[in-house]
Design a protein around this ligand. Structure first.
Ligand SMILES: Cc1cc2nc3c(=O)[nH]c(=O)nc-3n(C[C@H](O)[C@H](O)[C@H](O)COP(=O)(O)O)c2cc1C
Length: 335
């Protein structure tokens, strides 16, 4: 089986759910709720890290937080580095907690941050957990990007051992292999967001901004569906978030059937907020949840744990990759 020369999709098209014409379920009793980091959510969705750090974006975080609170989904703020350097912009992040006092809210910093910085980021928004991001391909494409990543795993180990809240390590669009996920789990990390290839593409964005010169590796990364299944087969007890190119309720349902604990979107939420305003964003999240319920009905799953037991047929490039990597895909199709 040949791997196509160029990978250019998030991989969800390779994951097929099996239709159930006899679901024996009542729409009004379908339950999309779940728990994550000890908090209950109305649906397994998250507004992923997007923004913060200059006065112009305070309104964006306020509306994202309002939408998360209204719809009962999780949210992460964007990198809080700017507020560590300039306390005047702290409110562009703390506004997210102000408008979502009870919800699941995650802090966000580079995995290269210090323990003191991470503690400050958590305290700034009274966070339930912290996302630490790995973004090597982006840094390599940025004019002033970081070039030294040595010691990052040890740093994560130290942060996971000493922070008072759970640590989630995420990529920003290049995904993670199971070896990476296993190393992170051995370093004490219990939450991973694969944030794979196929959605927002920072190497492309930085390249178009002029970047470092030379050719940005825009097609570099592990497609999200593949990365998700790699992470879930790392042989570790971890919760995995699926993000990176999740664009439809069907994509989300496929990720949840594969075993994701949560599904996160970034680019689409920002675009919808800009184009359709706060009410449009709430409506869009409602449509995603309703679409998820449709797939639950059509697969015969009354709740999240049931959806995670439905059969999933893995085809195409995703199947070829996983087989070559020694990951059993038939167990998903035959359950
Ligand atoms: C405008 C924008 C800003 C982002 N800023 C951050 C950030 O500060 N920290 C981070 O971890 N990820 C950041 N991300 C990455 C997202 O959290 C996510 O991993 C990535 O965009 C893939 O998801 P998507 O395809 O749904 O956009 C950003 C994404 C977007 C679109």
């Amino acid at each position: 089986m040949e791997l196509p020369e160029v990978l250019h999709h998030s991989g969800f098209a390779d994951l097929l759910l099996v239709h159930n014409a006899l679901p024996e379920l009542d729409w009004d009793k379908l339950d999309t709720s779940c728990s994550f980091m000890g908090k209950k959510l109305k649906a397994p969705l998250m507004i992923n890290a997007i923004t913060g750090g200059h006065s112009g974006v305070l309104g964006i975080n306020r509306e994202l937080a309002r939408a998360a609170a209204f719809t009962g989904i999780a949210m992460a703020v964007g990198s809080q580095r700017a507020a560590l350097d300039d306390p005047a912009v702290r409110d562009t992040f703390s506004v997210a907690r102000e408008f979502n006092p009870e919800g699941l809210l995650l802090a966000n910093l580079s995995a290269l941050c210090t323990l003191e910085q991470a503690l400050e980021a958590v305290e700034m928004i009274n966070a339930d957990g912290i996302q630490l991001y790995l973004n090597v391909n982006q840094e390599l494409a940025m004019p002033e990007g970081e070039m030294n990543f040595s010691g990052v795993l040890e740093n994560i180990r130290n942060l996971a051992a000493n922070l008072p809240v759970p640590v989630l390590v995420k990529e920003v669009g290049c995904g993670m292999a199971r070896e990476t996920v296993a190393a992170l789990a051995d370093a004490g990390v219990r939450y991973i967001d694969v944030s794979g290839w196929g959605g927002t593409n920072f190497a492309a964005i930085e390249g178009r901004r002029g970047g470092k010169g030379g050719i940005a590796l825009e097609r570099w990364g592990i497609p999200t569906a593949i990365s998700l299944l790699e992470a879930l087969n790392a042989g570790k007890t971890i919760s995995v978030v699926a993000s990176g190119g999740v664009r439809t309720a069907e994509d989300a349902a496929k990720a949840l059937t594969a075993g994701a604990s949560l599904v996160a979107l970034a680019g689409p939420f920002l675009r919808v907020l800009k184009k359709r305003g706060p009410e449009g964003l709430v409506h869009y999240i409602g449509e995603l949840i309703s679409g998820l319920k449709r797939v639950m009905m059509l697969t015969g799953a009354s709740h999240m744990a049931a959806l995670a037991r439905r059969p999933l047929v893995i085809t195409g490039l995703t199947a070829a990759w996983l087989k070559r990597r020694g990951i059993d895909i038939d167990c998903y199709a035959r359950r």
